[in-house]
Write a protein that binds this ligand. Structure first.
Ligand SMILES: Nc1nc2ccc(CNc3ccc(C(=O)NCCCC(=O)O)cc3)cc2c(=O)[nH]1
Length: 203
C-alpha cells in the first residue's frame, strides 16, 4: 500500500515508519512526505531515504480549506492510499477527514481518551496517573476522538519530569505506529461504516 506521511517537525515517528517499510515483509511503501513547514529535519530524513518530499506551507493559504485541498491534491498526485500524521500539528477540516476516512492515522502521546489535545504528557504528569502511554487511532473530525487501533502503556515514574516522560512515551510511539500502519496496510484492521474498529478474523 502506498503511504503518505504528513509532518511538521523532526519526524522521529516518520523515521520509525521508514525503518519499518524498509523491511521486505512490510505491506507498506512510503511514497511521499509532506511538511506544512519548510526546512524541518523530517524533510531531510525523507530525502536521505530517497522519498519524495513536498512543502505545503499553511501560512501561504487564505483558508484551512484551501490548505487542505492542496494537501489532498498532492496526495492524489502520488496515488497515496493511506495517510499517517507523524507530529503533524495542523487541525484538518471535516471535508478532508471525510474524504480520507478510514485511510488517515494519527499517533497521540497518551492513552486516549485521557489527555486529548496538546501537551498530553504534561497533563498526565499533573494529573498524577501512574500509567500513561500512546495511542494510534483513525482520524475523526473531532480531534483525538477517532477509533483506536493500537495502544502501548508506559509507566510514569515518581522521578519523571515532562522531558523524561516524553522520551519514554516517544520510544513507545516508535513501536506502536509501525505496528498500526502494518495492521491497516495488511487489511487486518479497518474502520467500519459506523466509525468503529473492525478486526480481521485472526485477531
Ligand atoms: N480533524 C482532525 N484533524 C487533526 C489534525 C491533526 C491531528 C494530530 N494531533 C493534533 C492535536 C491537536 C492539535 C492542536 O490543537 N494544535 C493547535 C492548533 C493548530 C491549528 O490551529 O491547526 C494539533 C494536532 C489530529 C487531528 C484530529 O484528530 N482530527
Amino acid at each position: 500500500r502506498r503511504v503518505g506521511v504528513l509532518i511538521s517537525g523532526t519526524g522521529t515517528n516518520l523515521q520509525a515508519l521508514m525503518d519499518q517499510t524498509s523491511s521486505p515483509s512490510s505491506s507498506a511503501e512510503i511514497v511521499l512526505v509532506i511538511s506544512n513547514r519548510p526546512g524541518v529535519q523530517g524533510l531531510k530524513r525523507a530525502s536521505l531515504a530517497g522519498i519524495q518530499t513536498r512543502v505545503v506551507d499553511h501560512k501561504l493559504y487564505g483558508s484551512r480549506a484551501e490548505f487542505d485541498a492542496t494537501i489532498d491534491r498532492v496526495l492524489e498526485e502520488f496515488k497515496v492510499e493511506l495517510v499517517c500524521l507523524a507530529g503533524f500539528m495542523r487541525i484538518l477540516t471535516g471535508m478532508f477527514v471525510k474524504k480520507w476516512n478510514g485511510k488517515l492515522l494519527n499517533i497521540h502521546p497518551s492513552l486516549l481518551p485521557s489527555f486529548k489535545g496538546v501537551n498530553a504528557q504534561k497533563q498526565a504528569l499533573q494529573s498524577g496517573v501512574r500509567v500513561s502511554g500512546c495511542t494510534v487511532h483513525f482520524v475523526a473530525e473531532e480531534v483525538d476522538a477517532g477509533a483506536i487501533i493500537v495502544q502501548e502503556a508506559v509507566e510514569v515514574l515518581s522521578s519523571d519530569t515532562e522531558e523524561s516522560l516524553c522520551e519514554r512515551i516517544r520510544a513507545a510511539e516508535h513501536r506502536a505506529f509501525p505496528v498500526a500502519m502494518e495492521l491497516v496496510c495488511s487489511g487486518s484492521v479497518r474502520l467500519g461504516e459506523d466509525g468503529r474498529i473492525v478486526w480481521g478474523k485472526n485477531y
